[in-house]
Ligand binder design. Structure first.
Ligand code: NDP
Length: 257
């Protein structure tokens, strides 16, 4: 369909938009960086490993900025640097995340805190820093990578801290969407099911876990990272202009059963 604002496909374009992806050096984050670049965006990879991050940035023809999402000072400095260089920030994808497959009774304070520091504090710090600039320019789209684990408890592996952190990301997303809607900022989350990356590699090598993961997924396989990226392009772009506070589930059907 065509109209005054262009074709439907035009709505997915991110021409010239400045996009930052945390944890973009590998896995789902790197695939998202490719997707945003393919849609026309200028992508900045933010990660804590400088060498891997710079290599990924070179691969997509974008920039790299060093950032540890658990450190609000590092986060603030990185966003100031990006906006100082590019003059604006249009899209933030909070993708950095870790998992700990520890039984609840074996989870000590440090382990709990370390997971929350990346998966929840990090998302909040980045949203807060980005929003300061997005409010000033009255526009922006934030996509938080949550997980189906924010809605269900995975099996057979224990991961209470991860599941709780992702549920919190989904509700943080809704809360910030409500708070910043009048500032022209949309905030949505995307919840993948099992995706083949470093994060799931060890679990997938475990026959019992692999069987449960595959049997629990109607599409009977893991996703490839590049199958998640189009969902992020959708949420980042004008294609989802009337969506905010939503959680887009891409889980091969896992949460149906
Ligand atoms: P990977 O482990 O492959 O990649 C995660 C990236 O985040 C790495 O580059 C990692 O760097 C980086 N990172 C970790 N901690 C920090 C930090 N403190 N500051 C900056 N960067 C950091 O994971 P995935 O690609 O699988 O996961 C990406 C996101 O998708 C995560 O939020 C995850 O929870 C979510 N997800 C993944 C699923 C899956 O099945 N794979 C399913 C559902 C959700 P380093 O290597 O140095 O730690």
């Amino acid at each position: 369909m065509t109209g005054a604002r262009g074709t439907t496909l035009d709505a997915f374009k991110l021409d010239g938009q400045i996009c930052l992806v945390t944890g973009g050096a590998q896995g789902i984050g790197l695939a998202i960086a490719h997707g945003l670049r393919d849609a026309g965006g200028h992508v900045i990879i933010a990660d804590r490993d400088t060498e891997r991050g710079q290599r990924a940035a070179d691969e997509i023809g974008g920039d790299f900025v060093e950032m540890d999402v658990t450190d609000s000072v590092s986060v603030e400095a990185a966003f100031e640097g990006v906006v100082g260089r590019h003059g604006r920030l249009d899209v933030l994808v909070n993708n950095a995340g870790i998992v700990k497959n520890t039984a609840a009774l074996d989870t000590d304070d440090a382990s709990w805190r370390a997971l929350m520091a990346v998966n929840l504090d990090g998302v909040f710090y980045c949203c807060r820093s980005a929003a300061r600039f997005m409010i000033r320019q009255h526009g922006g789209s934030i996509v938080n990578i949550a997980s189906m684990s924010g809605s269900i408890a995975n099996r057979p592996q224990p991961q209470a801290s991860y599941n709780a952190s992702k549920a919190a990301v989904i509700h943080l997303t809704r809360s910030l969407a409500a708070e910043w809607a009048s500032d022209g900022i949309r905030v949505n989350s995307l919840s993948p099911g099992y995706v083949g990356t470093e994060l799931t590699k060890r679990g997938f090598e475990n026959a019992k876990w692999r069987e449960a993961w595959i049997n629990g997924t109607p599409l009977a396989r893991l996703a490839k990272p590049e199958e998640i990226a189009p969902g992020v392009v959708f949420l980042a772009s004008r294609a989802s202009a009337f969506m905010t506070g939503s959680d887009l589930v891409m889980d091969g059907g896992y949460t149906i059963w």
